[in-house]
Write a protein that binds this ligand. Structure first.
Ligand SMILES: *Cc1c(COP(=O)(O)O)cnc(C)c1O
Length: 429
């Protein structure tokens, strides 16, 4: 497929750049770190997507996680169409909110009560507000390389020194605001112990990705997960599992089920909306009783609980519930993809480490092992660029950043795997 036609993508990108910052509605879509022309995707079916020039790709982005069933799953599309025909939004309670909340609870018993919102960003931002309201404390702790959306207090990186408060990682975030966020080191129970020894009494909540997906895939160490739960309990802080990416993906009940976690609050998104904007935060009933109108913590949304998003999410969760074998298929395809890519890269003599948890996978171009953010940041981004463009030219749409997870869907199969490995082979031939 070398020399694929991209003139329409180029024309659109040119027009888009005049109107939208970077030509996009979310930064990574602009191909900034890999170069080249972003593809305007106009159609998807199962594991495949098509761009504005008509090129077809095997898709490993899956809209950045939501599309665990693949594109345009017939039941999800039908649910949205039927719901849309009755009206798009009411700003009043809707039966589908109850149905989706029940479906969530069946697989996430820890979400005794929950609130629907429109994005993962809103879910984490609101969960932290609730934690602060509940504990009466101001500080929160997050980990370097974990992403929780773009709320001000979460666009924060580590300051100098091991135990300092965070500083803004984006322009426009006030120092004073970032200073309420402590930044810890993921997978490091001793460092966590030290943070709590210094600041434990002031920490309202610890928010973490139970499997990191946003620095590339980094699995959690069991002793880190145990220390998180032990220390938060000891110091009276809430533990917030940010499962926006992992929820419903790593198991029906996400990482909470897979690792037997006992978080106080969980944030969900991505798969929860089945491809439409829906997210949620929830957890212990007494904590969620803080949320307005029952409690004093304000949080609202014009389109929250939107019927179309509820319908898409419910149809997705129902399909997963009806066919639990999907998780075995995701695991099997993920394992074959990992083994196949490892074989190609080994044969080509390219240093690599492939981290995978279920259907989330990252190829790090470094010897590894990659067990934390420091190791992940050693990935050879030039090698990644070469890999990415060879895949793209070969009809495979891989996430356009070295620090993202590739997602497998239930629709991926043998032909997809063959095409992917053939393109990877050409990358380093
Ligand atoms: C995607 C993501 C978010 C942000 O969700 P948006 O819907 O993009 O705002 C938050 N946390 C995690 C772990 C995510 O993967």
């Amino acid at each position: 497929m070398r020399g694929m036609r991209t003139s329409e993508n180029e024309r659109l990108f040119h027009a888009a750049r005049a109107l939208l910052p970077g030509g996009v509605s979310s930064p990574v879509r602009a191909f900034g770190s890999v170069g080249g022309t972003p593809r305007f995707l106009v159609k998807g079916r199962g594991s495949r997507v098509w761009d504005a020039d008509g090129n077809e790709y095997v898709d490993y982005v899956g809209s950045w996680g939501p599309l665990i069933l693949g594109h345009a799953h017939p039941e999800v599309v039908r649910a949205v169409q039927e719901t849309a025909a009755q009206g798009l939004s009411f700003g009043a309670p809707h039966p589908l909110e109850v149905a989706l909340a029940e479906a969530v609870r069946r697989v996430y018993p820890v979400l005794e009560r929950l609130r629907f919102v429109n994005s993962g960003t809103e879910a984490t931002m609101s969960a932290l507000r609730v934690a602060r309201g509940f504990t009466g404390r101001d500080h929160v702790l997050k980990f370097r390389g974990n992403y929780h959306g773009h709320a001000d207090g979460l666009l924060v990186e580590a300051g100098s020194g091991a135990l300092t408060f965070g500083r803004p990682s984006s322009a426009g975030v006030p120092e004073a605001y970032a200073g309420l966020t402590l930044v810890g080191s993921y997978n490091d129970p001793e460092a966590l112990e030290a943070v709590f020894a210094h600041h434990g009494e002031n920490i309202a909540a610890v928010i973490f990705e139970p499997v990191v997906g946003n620095a590339g895939v980094i699995p959690p160490k069991p002793e880190f997960l145990a220390a998180l739960r032990r220390l938060t309990r000891e110091y009276g802080a809430l533990l917030i599992a940010d499962e926006v990416m992992t929820g419903f993906r790593l198991a029906p009940g996400g990482a909470t089920e897979r690792y037997g976690l006992e978080p106080d609050l969980v944030t969900l998104g991505k798969i929860l909306g089945g491809g439409l904007p829906a997210a949620a935060y929830g957890g212990r009933a007494e904590v969620m009783a803080q949320v307005a109108p029952e409690g004093p913590v304000y949080q609202a949304g014009t389109l929250s609980g939107n019927p179309l998003a509820m319908a898409a999410g419910l149809a997705t969760l129902q399909a997963l519930e009806r066919e639990p074998g999907i998780y075995d298929r995701l695991e099997a395809y993920g394992a074959r993809l990992q083994a196949g890519l490892a074989e190609v890269l080994t044969a080509a003599g390219v240093p690599h480490t492939i981290n995978r948890v279920g259907s989330m996978l990252t190829v790090f171009f470094t010897e590894g092992p990659v067990g934390g953010f420091e190791a992940a940041s050693k990935t050879d981004t030039a090698a990644f660029r070469r890999f990415f463009h060879a895949l793209l030219e070969g009809g495979v749409y891989w996430p356009p950043s070295a620090y993202e997870a590739a997602f497998v869907s239930a629709a991926h199969g043998d032909e997809d795997l063959e095409r992917t490995l053939a393109a990877a082979r050409r990358a380093f031939a």
